[in-house]
Design a binder for this molecule. Structure first.
Ligand SMILES: Cc1ncc(COP(=O)(O)O)c(C=O)c1O
Length: 478
């Protein structure tokens, strides 16, 4: 053994110290911070140091790592409401430490770990209510979507993986507000981004089935091959869920693969209040879901699930001299894009084992309640505006519309960056129908109703400090 690469006698001390740092972080995440930690000059200097030739003390180095993390934007904090956050679930972090220590590779049969992955896929499918026959964990919704669409390509245009796409004219269909990973998939799979048909949305920002039907009919008449319809189950912009059952009817009629991009929203299919939004889910050919978003586990932990076990193998299986196949059994690498693949499943498996499915459903339902609460509070507030339709899931765009403000977009963009600098709540902006909105998203089990209330209070307080506004028009701040 190369002693210089082992922690040796410092092993237990290092483990204890790391455990203390983690315990401190978890405690810190229990409550919101009143401001973000500044990046000190000392830390900046530390992060400019050149490659060390000699090692340094492990305890000191762990502290340096802790300092970097403490001065970073952590999605685990209860008032991180930007983009689509996660929560760094404690048991998930422990699972990562354990799994990474064994450094199992799930490319080929890894014995018990391979069975654990299969069990976690089964549990996830049961949790969502999707009758998966097969699936695998991936590094994110982007890769899950590409994986599913690669399988759809092979079904719509058999032999493409051998002959390429030359002479074919494929198309995929998604709502105008689908995540851009769908466009990226079209680019990477050789369809080209022009093959993505952006189907118009209705007043609740969901794909319009009638418009989808027309687009498919026009394409078929022109000799184009529809490869897949992608229903978004929770759009990134506003959390809208496309009408899955109506889209499934159309897909069945025309024999088109139905993929559901549920990277963000699909876990809400498990909660009784939101489940009806996902009616028809069981009819999809494939679904993507990010456990590292609304199932709270640390990144990276996404999954792609399929109803027909053969579709992934037809797309990805290879017979290489250095990869043994025993008794025609599929290796994990036969159904995935990746070769070396860590045991991502362990964090979801341990999380479900320790907390049980009900705790997840309840936390998801609570995030949805928080979204409804914020929507109603902002709607009632004279200085805020909300979208006409209440949130379907847990994203609540709202904007500050104070009297005397002549440029609401500039004002709200400015307000957002002032909120980010202020540090009590972290929120991101979004452009909806050409207007700038603040767009909080609730996907953290640590967030409380008090955090929701204070978000609006902080927005009002900082919105009224806008130096560009006429001071005589500013309302008093409570
Ligand atoms: C609907 C949707 N699909 C796909 C993705 C991409 O997921 P990832 O960031 O895990 O690649 C996102 C990310 O926010 C998303 O919201």
């Amino acid at each position: 053994m190369k002693d210089s690469l082992s922690l040796g006698v410092n092993r237990q001390a290092a483990l204890n110290h790391a455990a203390a740092l983690v315990a401190h972080a978890w405690q810190d995440f229990d409550n919101p911070r009143e401001s973000e930690t500044e990046i000190s000059d000392g830390l900046i200097a530390e992060l400019r140091k050149p490659l060390p030739e000699q090692g340094s003390d492990v305890i000191e180095s762990l502290d340096a790592a802790g300092d970097v993390l403490d001065a970073s934007l952590a999605q685990s904090r209860p008032r991180y409401l930007a983009y689509i956050g996660s929560s760094g679930l404690e048991i998930g972090a422990l699972a990562d430490l354990l799994a990474h220590s064994y450094d199992i590779n799930l490319a080929l049969d890894a014995r018990a770990a391979t069975r654990l992955e299969a069990q976690a896929i089964g549990w996830l499918a049961d949790f969502l209510g999707f009758p998966a026959r097969l699936g695998s964990f991936t590094s994110g919704g982007t890769i899950s979507n590409i994986t599913a669409l690669a399988a759809a390509r092979e079904r719509a245009l058999p032999g493409t993986r051998t002959k390429g796409l030359s002479g074919t004219r494929p198309a995929i269909y998604c709502s105008a507000e689908a995540h851009y990973s769908i466009t990226r998939a079209a680019e990477l799979l050789g369809f080209g981004r022009d093959a993505v048909r952006d189907i118009p949305i209705d007043d609740q920002r969901r794909m319009q089935p009638a418009a989808l039907r027309i687009a498919i009919e026009v394409d078929l008449a022109a000799g184009v091959t529809p490869v897949a319809v992608v229903a978004t189950a929770g759009t990134t912009l506003t959390g809208s869920v496309d009408p899955i059952a109506a889209l499934a009817d159309i897909c069945e009629e025309f024999g088109i693969w139905l993929h559901i991009d549920g990277a963000y929203g699909l876990p809400a299919a498990s909660a009784s209040k939101t489940a009806p939004l996902f009616a028809g889910l069981e009819r999809a050919d494939s679904v993507s879901v990010d456990a590292h978003k609304w199932m709270f586990v640390p990144k990276a932990c996404s999954a792609v699930l399929v109803r027909d076990a053969q579709t992934l193998a037809r797309t990805f299986a290879h017979d290489e001299a250095y990869i043994p196949h025993e008794d025609d059994e599929l290796n994990a690498v036969d159904i995935t894009l990746e070769y070396s693949r860590p045991l991502r499943a362990m964090k979801l498996w341990l999380a479900l084992r320790v907390h049980g499915a009900r705790a997840f459903r309840d936390a998801i339902a609570e995030n949805c309640e928080q979204a409804q609460h914020l929507y109603r509070a902002a709607e009632r507030h004279p200085e805020f505006e909300v979208l006409a339709a209440p949130p379907q899931l847990s994203i609540v765009p709202f904007r500050h519309v104070p009297p005397g403000c002549t440029d609401l977009d500039a004002h709200n963009l400015d307000l957002c960056s002032r909120m980010q600098q202020d540090g009590r709540v972290y929120i991101s902006p979004a452009t909806i129908d050409g207007q700038v909105w603040l767009r909080p998203c609730f996907t953290n089990f640590r967030t409380t109703m008090a955090d929701v209330d204070i978000t609006l209070e902080i927005a009002a307080e900082l919105g009224n400090l806008d130096p560009h506004r006429d001071p005589s028009q500013r309302s008093s701040i409570k």
